[in-house]
Design a protein around this ligand. Structure first.
Ligand SMILES: Cc1ncc(COP(=O)(O)O)c(C=O)c1O
Length: 374
């Protein structure tokens, strides 16, 4: 029996619930930063970097301005530049490809597997050329890419691995966290992420102190000591206030990820009897953190329109694979090149999920979805 209908709108993400829990710490953080004047690379940044590195199980975290910069700076730190190729999945957010291009290199795309929607490790070797320098696995929707297989390939061909962990803070595979697999990892603290700031933010994680130093220089005008600029760098620092907010959220990340997992399990149960819906699958060994709960449905655009016309906000992550986006058509991969990514782009539908979504809200989402599918 579904619960009685209320007419409240159900958003795709509701950040106000998280804010209510940390409001006092946010206010204290603002006061601390303003009263000390430590606006840029202040103590909260250093503390957050230490805490997040420890949380992820790596030696170093370097806070940067956003997740796209994190990808670019991580690639630059390992010397990726013009004439290099970097392997990425075809079904990711545009920023993964953007980070590669901004480092001066060319993205080489690989299709995803049709079950988990993660980069298909079996198709990677065919894309490796003499120009390939690195692989960027993307931990899509909150579960890790097939890292053991991928690291084996990278090692065999002498390639570097830079994780794109923008959607996977707190996820792990066989107990090893997102961010602790690659030579480096990039992540994003865009507000809607599992660990989201109150504006833009990002970080690079690594165990290698030399690479951490390279990213520290790149993010801060090419030097770490005042007025010593050893190279041309960027202004890409994690803002101190954002770091203060992220520290408050990091303390609750595991609890919030547990709530996301409970919500995902509830969707799994509620959707079990709905014809036409393919539920998301979790790859063995993965602890999923459900940044997004992505189902597959027939007549997706019509279903999405019906949900959004009603009480339920749903989304598509992402409607166009990288090779078919205007910015990347010059890569020369036309329609039909990556059949899984292309087919899935027409079927995927992200349902509302966030810590604090209620069982009643989820029942209503599923009621509306079932109705839209009839
Ligand atoms: C998979 C992925 N990579 C990279 C990014 C880029 O992060 P940002 O928006 O912080 O630049 C995002 C999020 O926006 C993302 O989802």
């Amino acid at each position: 029996m579904m619960s009685s209908a209320s007419t409240c709108h159900i958003p795709l993400v509701d950040l106000s619930l998280q804010h209510a829990e940390i409001a006092a710490e946010v206010a204290e953080g603002i006061e601390r930063v303003i009263s000390t004047g430590a606006f840029v690379l202040g103590p909260d940044v250093t503390e957050f970097e230490r805490e997040f590195a420890e949380y992820c199980g790596v030696a170093h975290c370097v806070g940067v301005a956003n997740g796209t910069d994190a990808i670019e700076l991580a690639l630059r730190a390992i010397g990726v530049g013009p004439s290099d190729e970097v392997i990425i999945p075809a079904n990711t957010f545009a920023a993964t490809a953007g980070g590669v291009v901004r480092a001066g290199a060319t993205p080489a795309l690989v299709d995803c597997d049709p079950r988990y929607l993660l980069i298909d490790a079996q198709q990677i070797e065919a894309r490796i050329t003499s120009k390939t320098k690195a692989i960027i696995p993307v931990h899509m929707y909150g579960q890790l890419a097939p890292m053991p297989e991928l690291l084996e390939i990278a090692q065999r061909y002498g390639l570097r691995v830079v994780e794109d962990g923008a959607q996977s803070q707190g996820a792990d595979r066989d107990g090893r966290r997102s961010g602790a697999w690659g030579d480096l990892a990039a992540t994003s603290f865009y507000p809607g992420k599992n660990l989201g700031a109150y504006g833009d933010g990002g970080a690079v994680l690594t165990d290698d102190s030399r690479l951490a130093g390279a990213v520290q220089r790149l993010r801060n005008h090419g030097g770490t000591a005042k007025y010593q600029h050893d190279q041309v760098g960027f202004n890409s620092r994690l803002d101190t206030m954002q770091a203060a907010f992220l520290r408050a959220k990091l303390r609750r990340l595991d609890k919030w990820n547990d709530l996301r997992r409970e919500a995902a399990e509830r969707y799994d149960d509620l959707l079990a009897g709905i014809p036409g819906v393919t539920r998301p699958a979790v790859s063995a060994g993965n602890l999923h953190v459900w940044h997004l709960y992505v189902v597959r449905v027939p007549r997706r655009d019509e279903v999405l329109a019906r949900l959004n016309d009603g009480d339920v906000s749903a989304g598509i992550h992402y409607p166009v694979p990288i090779h078919l986006l205007g910015a990347y058509v010059h890569l020369g991969s036309g329609p039909g090149t990556f059949p899984n990514a292309e087919r899935l782009a027409g079927e995927i539908l992200s349902l509302p999920i966030y810590p604090g979504i209620t069982p009643v809200q989820q029942e209503r989402v599923v009621e509306h979805l079932a109705e839209a599918l009839r």
